[in-house]
Structure formats: structure tokens, C-alpha cells
Write a protein that binds this ligand. Structure first.
Ligand SMILES: [Zn+2]
Length: 244
């Protein structure tokens, strides 16, 4: 099914920046194509200057129905799910021409979500693992300029174990099912706090130090080495800021 849809698609190349080329796979007569190209350049430039890196080739495949998305992923996807980045510099996303029809997002979100997915590709160049998920997602959110809030009285605040509910993919997915917005918002707020209070470079160094296989124990050790404090102490600082 997805193969047939792919066959009908056209491919164009886009200059994203110095030594960086993008490719867009799209359906003929997609009225959003020019906008996609503009947003692709914007997202790449933003991510590239944030991470101070280049990616020579990125392919963006525009997706036109929930069914096509489900076929690509291999299972049913929830209505908030609009795109993803894989491990070989490929991004799949709903075209703006179907964005609000196929998801519960506003079409306006396209640009930031595309930038978010591009950021994932850059993060993967620094650290080739998706875990801890809160750090990956929070950083992609932050770098893409997305904003998120949680109600101050959300019980998730003041839970000293909260990070270890959203560190592995399995635990993250479990939390997502029960309350889809909370893990993303929390991940963003935490990374935002770490960057504002302890610098972006330290977050990048932390990512670099983690190696490709996540372990809670190693994470806590590396964290203490870089921040000079236990993660629990930093979490307390974070919570007290949120409750201010
Ligand atoms: Zn993400």
C-alpha cells in the first residue's frame, strides 16, 4: 500500500545551507510545496546553528493520510502523531495540506514540528540513542522553539522519581498513553531549566558522555560528574522554580 503511494510521488532537491542538501518527496499538485520548502530551510538553519553542526543530506517525505502514516510505522498511530525522524536522516511528516485533517494539530504547527524532527537528526549525531527519552525530546522541543506548560498543581511536580518514569522508551510510551501532553511538557520544562541555569553546552556534554546504551546508573554518575550535584538535588531546584 505505502509502496504504491510512494511510486506516485515526485522528488525535488532543496539547498538547505552550505554543504547541506534536502530532498522532498511529495504528491504532484500539493499546494503546500513552496511553504514546505521554506519551512524546511528555516528548520535546518535553526537546528544547524543551535547544534553548531551540519548534516549533508536530509530527506523529507510528505505523508498524505493517517493510513499511509500507519503503514510506514507499522502500527496504528494516535491523532497527535504527525511525523517522525528515523535513524538514517529521513523524516516523514503529514503535508500541511492534510495536517489538520489527519491530526488534532493546527496547520500552523507544521513549521515547528518539522524543525523538531530535524533537531532529532542533529541530536542523533551527538548521541546515537533515543534514551533517556526526556533529554532527547526536551532538547528537540527547546531547540525548535516549541513551548509547553503544565499546571503548577500537576502531581508530577514534586515527584522525585519522575525522571525515571520517562527515561526509557518503554516507560515513556506507557506514560504517553495515559496522559499524552505531560511527558513532552515535563521533558521540555526540565531541559529548559537545565539550559537556563547550567548552560546549553553542559546539556550537550551530558549527551555526548552517555554512550549508545542507556543505563540509569551510568546516567546518574555522568550527571553528577558534569553538574557537581546529584540529579535529585537539581530536580528539587527545578520543582521549587516551578512552584514559585
Ligand atoms: Zn520528538
Amino acid at each position: 500500500m505505502s509502496k504504491d503511494i510512494n511510486l506516485e510521488k515526485n522528488l525535488i532537491s532543496v539547498e538547505l545551507g552550505p554543504q547541506a542538501k534536502g530532498f522532498v518527496s511529495f504528491l504532484a499538485k500539493d499546494p503546500s510545496l513552496n511553504r514546505v520548502i521554506k519551512d524546511f530551510r528555516y528548520g535546518y538553519t535553526r537546528a544547524s546553528s543551535f547544534f553548531k553542526k551540519k548534516i549533508p543530506k536530509i530527506k523529507l517525505t510528505l505523508v498524505y493520510s493517517r493510513e499511509e502514516m500507519n503503514n510506514l510505522i507499522g502500527h496504528k498511530t494516535p491523532s497527535w502523531f504527525v511525523g517522525y525522524a528515523d535513524s538514517s536522516s529521513k523524516i516523514f511528516m503529514f503535508s500541511p495540506s492534510v495536517f489538520d485533517r489527519e491530526s488534532n494539530h493546527n496547520k500552523r504547527d507544521f513549521r515547528k514540528v518539522l524543525c523538531h524532527e530535524i533537531c532529532h537528526l542533529f541530536i542523533r549525531k551527538i548521541h546515537n540513542s533515543y534514551e533517556p527519552v526526556w533529554l532527547e525530546e526536551g532538547l528537540a522541543y527547546y531547540a525548535a522553539g516549541q513551548k509547553s506548560r503544565l499546571k503548577d498543581n500537576n502531581p508530577i511536580f514534586n515527584n522525585p522519581k519522575v525522571l525515571f518514569f520517562i527515561d526509557t522508551r518503554k516507560r515513556w510510551d506507557k506514560t504517553i498513553v495515559s496522559q499524552p501532553d505531560v511527558p513532552y511538557a515535563l521533558a521540555f520544562l526540565l531541559v529548559d531549566f537545565l539550559i537556563r541555569c547550567y548552560s546549553k553546552d553542559r546539556v550537550i556534554k551530558l549527551l555526548m558522555s552517555l554512550g549508545d546504551r542507556y543505563s540509569k546508573k551510568i546516567f546518574c554518575q555522568k550527571f553528577r560528574k558534569l553538574y557537581g550535584k546529584d540529579i535529585e538535588v537539581i530536580l528539587k531546584e527545578f520543582f521549587s522554580r516551578q512552584n514559585e
